[in-house]
Design a protein around this ligand. Structure first.
Ligand SMILES: Cc1cc2nc3c(=O)[nH]c(=O)nc-3n(C[C@H](O)[C@H](O)[C@H](O)COP(=O)(O)OP(=O)(O)OC[C@H]3O[C@@H](n4cnc5c(N)ncnc54)[C@H](O)[C@@H]3O)c2cc1C
Length: 429
């Protein structure tokens, strides 16, 4: 058996492509070398390949091994901090430019699924559910904010209307985003990989970059090979480790856990989510859930700071699931796993360049909200490499601070902050 493997998730068990690509064992040349085969890396690779660039992607483990192959599969627009926060802190022009990009990631995903016929159970519709009146008031604000930025497919739902979409009495109201949606995340990333290959791109699995040698031609070394390229894109996000120390210092990997039940009866599916949308609640440490293509409930939540792997995922997540859906008491859990996303201090994405030659790009730190932003990042980075850098410049202008407390104390300090916000959610203040 190969040493390379996905985490034991429902997605890995239902992946529609199990081929393993060979490792890099020679010296190769490319226009662009991409480190990491998640959405950021493959969206960049795909946008560049479509423009005729010769692209080589290095993946340390399997395609989609990171967050992209194990996430909640929810298309959530905008950023972890919304457009109003960006405008308040970084000015009107930055807010406007970020607002203009905030709904593009979902469109990119839908275009790729359509153009490359990617089979990933894509379904329209996402719901933000309010756990108290304060959160419902904030959802009204979100609707106004998003509409002001051109996104109009939104509908507020009263508590009673929400019960017609989600079979629980837990929520005081909700916001339905008709252009949100959900999909099988690993099958999306595998489909993107095949699309890159169909355009002549090459992906090496089991080929972690171990050293990047700067220069006008960058050399990216793996254990057994080397790629020489005019540009490099570092897209390792929470799984990058210390390959680029500058990136490691300004973000923190965090874990979040997911369980997947056995397939539910038609009647139970109808009772939980009769219209089939995905849901995330509005708590600081949020719960997210949806039905899979084959009728299981996929339920995620919780955060472990510093990417610690919790021992008993089921005992963390099942009580959350039962709080929302007590009717799931006797349903069996078939899969439980954890995955890492990358948190930044301001909860805003980090785009930039490293090295003296300005030809090593990175994008990371979507702070748990990365399905759409990673796809947008691929387009923005691809444009920048082709010399159209206006949107990249806006992204790169957002500040990138290190975490308070450095590598030793950032975990307890951040956990303390999260405790404070969780308490506020519980008290509804
Ligand atoms: C459990 C979970 C649930 C989530 N749910 C949602 C959701 O529902 N909606 C949403 O918007 N966001 C969600 N997210 C966040 C979202 O999944 C991520 O933001 C997004 O997938 C990040 O994509 P990426 O390509 O930047 O990183 P990743 O997908 O993590 O990919 C990085 C890749 O780089 C590789 N790599 C690292 N170092 C090297 C190296 N040195 N050489 C070669 N390869 C390397 C890794 O092996 C990995 O495959 C969730 C995250 C998790 C963990």
């Amino acid at each position: 058996m190969s040493a390379l493997s996905h985490t034991k998730s429902y997605y890995a068990a239902s992946a529609n492509d199990t081929r393993i690509r060979p490792a890099l064992e020679s010296e190769v040349q490319a226009d662009v070398c991409i480190v990491g085969a998640g959405y950021t890396g493959l969206s960049t690779a795909l946008h560049l390949s479509e423009q005729g660039f010769k692209v080589v992607v290095l993946e340390a483990n399997r395609i989609g091994f990171g967050a992209s192959g194990r996430n909640g599969g929810q298309i959530v627009h905008s950023y972890s901090r919304d457009i109003d926060f960006i405008e308040r802190h970084y000015g009107q022009a930055t807010g406007k430019a970020m607002g203009a990009m905030a709904f593009e990631g979902g469109k990119i995903i839908r275009r790729l699924v359509r153009d490359y016929d990617i089979q990933c159970d894509l379904k329209d519709g996402g719901i933000f559910a309010a756990c108290n009146n304060k959160q419902f008031a904030e959802l009204k604000g979100k609707k106004a904010l998003w509409e002001a930025n051109g996104h109009r497919e939104l509908e507020l739902l009263s508590a009673e209307e929400t019960r017609g979409y989600i079979g629980t009495s837990r929520y005081t109201g909700a916001l339905l985003d008709k252009s949100g949606g959900h999909f099988h995340p690993l099958n999306l990333v595998l489909g993107e990989a095949r699309a890159v290959e169909s355009l002549g791109g090459v992906i090496y699995e089991g080929s972690g970059a171990v050293k990047i040698e700067e220069g006008s031609q960058v050399r990216v070394h793996t254990q057994k090979g080397c790629v020489t390229a005019s540009f490099v894109v570092v897209a390792g996000n929470a799984y990058l480790g210390d390959l680029v120390p500058k990136l490691q210092s300004k973000a923190m990997p965090c874990g979040t856990q997911v369980v997947t039940t056995e397939p539910l009866s038609e009647a139970l599916q109808q009772e939980l989510l009769p219209h089939g949308q995905c849901v995330e609640d509005c708590n600081y440490l949020l719960d997210y859930f949806r039905l899979s293509g084959d009728g299981r409930l996929i339920y995620g939540g919780g955060v472990t700071y510093g990417a610690r792997e919790p021992d008993k995922i089921e005992s963390l997540i099942v009580p959350k699931m039962l709080k929302t859906f007590p009717q799931m008491k006797n349903v069996k859990v078939d899969f439980a796993w954890t995955g890492n996303f990358l948190l930044t201090l301001m909860r805003l994405p980090q785009f930039g360049r490293v090295g003296a030659h300005s030809n090593i790009y990175y994008a990371q730190g979507y702070s748990g909200h990365g399905v759409t932003c990673s796809h947008l990042a691929g387009k923005v980075l691809s444009d920048a490499i082709q010399g159209q850098a206006e949107r990249y410049d806006v992204m790169a202008s957002l500040p990138q601070y290190p975490f308070v407390g450095g590598r030793m104390m950032r975990v307890p300090y951040t956990a303390l902050g999260a405790f404070y916000y969780t308490l506020r959610d519980r008290l509804g203040i």
